[in-house]
Design a protein around this ligand. Structure first.
Ligand code: AMP
Ligand code: GLY
Length: 436
């Protein structure tokens, strides 16, 4: 068996590792935008190129003739890589461009939810000119508002009133800028609650959830500082400590309904991962956004404890037989922490070497923005290394990941609070305070 893996983040590293563990013993061929030292060790071969260069990816695929492709990040999805691969007979885990709109266009999912009366959307409107924006912002003055460019912005385009926007004039100026650059802006009600990620395997007909995870977007301890790609994440043995069983069912039902609506609208099956960014509010579960791929770091949490063979799951996605496939996870808690260069995300210090001891015991290490030279590991400008702890409790898993992070020497930092009892208690207290 041969598998084409597209991507080179820590998420792609754990996907490569999990696919390679399969009983099918596949050869992994990686198409990467930079050399990931972890993937290179696993892969039979690799090629370096741009992740939205569909021609280069298709040519690499033709030279390999893989059984299927697994797309790790959103960029190739938005470029229509799955469509081109399917055209030459290579199934893709990762949706076609039309259904990748789920992530690539913020207005797509909001309009879909409205059209098919799917609960869980905040109040929203989509604007392609400034007309009416002033009044709509006024109507949201009670809750606050969120401004979302209608396209991929690498997680940096969303602005929240009270956090990034301090006056109506600033909001209108930003709307003008976004409309000029992207054509459309989504303005929606600001929701208050606790966010979580629910990632699901989807074959177009059936949705199978992986355990819920909570990511930490802010750069520094105590959820302060600028937003990042995600500094770390945790999962519990069954549920997240601040969510009820019903919360999880409600989130699942939204994903089921959105998947069904996508099929009704397009006549095509979504094949891959639907990753819902949900928020538990006083009025129940709301959807913030969907991503058309695993989360990074959230992939590390769920794939670390996946018991079922990932290749079997991929085949079921391709054949639309997920309903007949039992998917199991170890009943373990996980904590993932990212090591980032000093100054990340605003002024990352790149090019520094880091000294990384070999992971021991239950520690697991995944490589992200890091390059291996003859005798050094050299950091790039982004998240560098992800350490994962897996244990019977979140507390134990945290200690494993934290211990590993502390061993890394170099101009680096990480969030020491992710997964700690104190931070989790804060989440539980916040939820109690919101729900009374
Ligand atoms: P996104 O780029 O869509 O992931 O949004 C980035 C972040 O903005 C989310 O993780 C939330 O923290 C915040 N956000 C987005 N939409 C809303 C909303 N309607 N209410 C409150 N926060 C939001
Ligand atoms: N965890 C954030 C993301 O993957 O988009």
């Amino acid at each position: 068996m041969k598998i084409l893996l597209i991507g080179n983040s820590a998420r792609a590293h754990i996907i490569a590792e999990t696919l390679k563990k399969s009983a099918a013993d596949p050869d992994i061929f990686a198409f990467m935008s930079a050399k990931n030292p972890g993937i290179i060790k696993i892969a039979a071969d690799y090629e370096i190129g741009k992740l939205d260069d569909t021609d280069a990816i298709v040519n690499f695929a033709k030279s390999i003739e893989p059984d299927f492709a697994f797309i790790s990040p959103e960029l190739p999805i938005s470029a229509g890589v799955a469509d081109k691969l399917i055209e030459i007979g290579i199934p893709s885990i990762g949706p076609i461009k039309e259904l990748g709109m789920l992530e690539c266009s913020k207005s797509y999912v909001r309009e879909l939810m409205q059209e098919y009366s799917i609960p869980g959307a905040p109040k929203f409107r989509i604007f392609s000119s400034l007309e009416g924006i002033d009044e709509f912002l006024d109507s949201l003055s009670g809750t606050g508002y969120v401004l979302k460019p209608d396209g991929l912005t690498g997680g940096k385009g969303v602005k929240v009133s009270g956090e990034h926007i301090s006056s109506k004039q600033e909001a209108i100026d930003y709307c003008r800028e976004v409309i000029e650059a992207h054509g459309k802006i989504v303005i929606e009600e600001k929701l208050v609650g606790e966010e979580f990620s629910l990632q699901s395997f989807v074959d177009g007909k059936t949705v199978v959830d992986t355990p819920p995870v909570q990511d930490h977007k802010r750069a520094y301890n105590g959820d302060t500082g600028p937003n990042t790609g995600g500094m770390g994440s945790y999962s519990g043995t069954a549920n997240l400590p601040f969510l009820s069983k019903k919360d999880l069912e409600d989130a699942h039902n939204i994903t089921v309904a959105v998947n069904e609506a996508m099929f009704k609208k397009s006549g095509k099956y979504y094949k891959g991962i639907m990753y819902g960014g949900f928020i538990a509010t006083k009025d129940g579960i709301k959807l913030i956004e969907y991503n058309a791929r695993f989360g990074d770091p959230e992939a590390m949490n769920v794939l670390s404890i996946l018991k079922t063979d990932l290749v079997t799951i991929c085949k079921a996605i391709i054949d639309s037989t997920l309903s007949k496939t039992t998917i199991e996870f170890e009943k373990k808690a996980t904590v993932c922490k990212y090591i980032v260069p000093e100054g990340y995300p605003d002024n990352p210090k790149s090019g520094d070497t880091v000294n990384v001891p070999e992971p021991t015991g239950t520690q697991k290490l995944y490589f992200a923005s890091i390059n291996e030279t003859d005798d050094n590991l050299v950091m790039g400008t982004s998240r560098a290394l992800a350490f994962v702890g897996v244990a019977d409790t979140i507390d134990e898993a945290e200690k494993i990941a934290e211990h590993a992070c502390k061993q890394v020497k170099g101009s680096v930092r990480h969030r020491s609070d992710i997964g700690t009892e104190a931070l989790i208690q804060k989440r539980i207290d916040h939820m109690k305070q919101i729900r009374g």
